[in-house]
Design a binder for this molecule. Structure first.
Ligand SMILES: Cc1ncc(COP(=O)(O)O)c(C=O)c1O
Length: 228
């Protein structure tokens, strides 16, 4: 039995109660996997780290570099607390390249037999940012998401989620998809539409390292103008 928990819901940015869920799942001998494609980065920032309380209790975690870290696509990571189990599930070297080494070597932890050095961009970004830089990047995006929500709410929009991370769900009532189309055509910023709890919303994700307060203000103003 595998229980998949979310660290960073794609719509709301919310995180499951990871500690309680891990304890409950392990009491029933389930494997716990955490999808932290973007939400796992929140652990690097002291202000958002409490959202991930208990995350270390899981058995495996997935995260992406091509989201919050802003490296090119195709940079995903998986961390597994049980490398022996991980390798047993996917290793093929013992059969294919007999004697190539012991299980749980790097080549036994991926389905790919060969690949380019995708890790290099991640390594370079982390070296450049450092621990504080990652924390600041996450903190800044979350702060900008709250600013976005405040600007839009001031202009009469409904903000449907608690803006705990970098996601903002916005509605002006009817015509959400028409508004999404207009915002995309306008080009001041890009956002998509989503369905959450049966209703359509504009979904804002602030994740680019270069986004500024002025960008957010300009974008909120454009959305409000188009909504009118
Ligand atoms: C929470 C979450 N999980 C998983 C994925 C899939 O990620 P990938 O781009 O690595 O396929 C996404 C991508 O949008 C995501 O937001």
């Amino acid at each position: 039995m595998i229980v998949c928990l979310q660290a960073g819901n794609v719509n709301t940015g919310a995180c499951d109660d990871l500690r309680a869920a891990c304890e409950a799942a392990h009491a029933h001998r389930a494997w716990v996997h955490v999808d932290g494609a973007f939400g796992l980065w929140a652990a690097a920032n002291p202000a958002t780290a409490p959202l991930l309380d208990g995350v270390e209790l899981a058995d495996s975690w997935a995260c992406d570099g091509h989201k919050w870290l802003n490296v090119p696509y195709d940079s995903g990571f998986v961390f597994c607390a049980r490398p022996d189990v991980h390798a047993e599930a996917i290793a093929y070297r013992a059969a294919y390249l007999a004697g190539a080494g012991e299980l749980a070597g790097l080549g036994d932890l991926t389905l790919e037999s060969s690949r380019r050095a995708r890790g290099f961009a991640v390594w370079a970004a982390l070296r450049e940012l450092g621990r504080d830089g990652v924390a600041e990047l996450v903190d800044r995006c979350c702060r900008l998401a709250r600013r976005f929500a405040a600007r839009l709410a001031d202009g009469g929009a409904e903000i449907a989620n608690d803006v705990v991370l970098n996601q903002v769900l916005v509605s002006f009532g009817d015509g959400t998809d028409e508004l999404v189309r207009k915002v995309q055509e306008d080009g001041t910023c890009w956002l998509g539409g989503t369905t959450w709890r049966g209703r359509r919303y504009l979904r804002i994700s602030v994740s680019n390292w270069s986004t500024t307060e002025a960008d957010v203000d300009r974008s909120a103003a454009a959305i409000l103008r188009l909504a009118q």
